[in-house]
Design a protein around this ligand. Structure first.
Ligand SMILES: *Cc1c(COP(=O)(O)O)cnc(C)c1O
Length: 225
């Protein structure tokens, strides 16, 4: 077995064990949280090592990169699921709707409009999550918490888009728990259930605060170049 295969398989087993423990500790059902392996910058060989270790959900943050790697992989492994976790430009909406099963980064009206139009045209309905800028950081993507109800109404009433949940990336170098709690409260207040939160450094905390999806790259594939 190659070194890549061994380390990816072992890392995946470790991450899954830590998720399972976090589910038990927080009284959540086994399997309540799903693991997205974030494969941005990773080779097809590394992704296949993860697939061979039983991984089915993958996350990419650029449409172009995903479009290079995943169509062939999806043909060979039809049950893998592809998640867009990075920012989306409206001129990439067509490709994104065609390629991704879940889009975590709906973050402005222009994108909601473009996605709605493409979903209608293509008859394909990826699950949609709204990205929330929980730390209200000027450089970060996402709807601000106070604008969220209005944006959700726009998606639902004007675009007839069904939004399944919320995604966040808390500020780096701050304790993530208050931000995970904020996302969970915002979801409840707005009648949403799916939460996408938690990365390599904080996924156990995210599981405790109700994450449905955690997005883990480094802890599975090693440090990115
Ligand atoms: C890269 C990325 C991740 C994974 O980060 P790691 O720290 O490598 O686990 C998760 N979410 C988003 C949005 C990312 O861009």
């Amino acid at each position: 077995m190659s070194v890549v295969k061994m380390s990816v398989g072992k890392n995946l087993a470790d991450v899954r064990a830590r998720m399972a423990r976090a589910e038990v500790v927080s009284g959540r059902a086994p399997g309540a949280a799903a693991l997205i392996a974030v494969s941005k910058t990773r080779s097809v060989e590394e992704i296949e090592a993860a697939i061979n270790a039983g991984q089915k959900l993958f996350g990419e943050n650029r449409v172009q990169e995903a479009a290079r790697k995943f169509p062939a992989l999806k043909l060979r492994y039809p049950d893998i699921e592809l998640h867009l976790i990075g920012p989306l430009q409206s001129n990439k909406a067509r490709e994104a709707v065609g390629l991704f099963d879940v889009i975590h980064s709906v973050d402005r009206e222009k994108i909601a409009v473009a996605l709605g139009k493409e979903m209608q045209l293509q008859g394909r309905r990826p699950l949609l999550l709204v990205q929330v800028n929980v730390g209200e950081e000027p450089q970060k993507a996402g709807i601000s918490p106070k604008e969220l109800p209005k944006f959700l109404r726009f998606c639902r009433d004007e675009q007839k888009l069904s939004i399944a949940g919320l995604m966040c990336i808390p500020p780096v170098d701050e304790a993530p728990a208050p931000y995970f709690m904020l996302l969970s409260n915002l979801a409840r207040e707005n009648g949403l259930t799916l939460l996408s939160m938690g990365m390599s450094a904080d996924f156990e905390t995210a599981v405790q605060f109700g994450a449905a999806y955690i997005r883990v790259g480094t802890a599975i594939f090693g440090v990115r170049d």
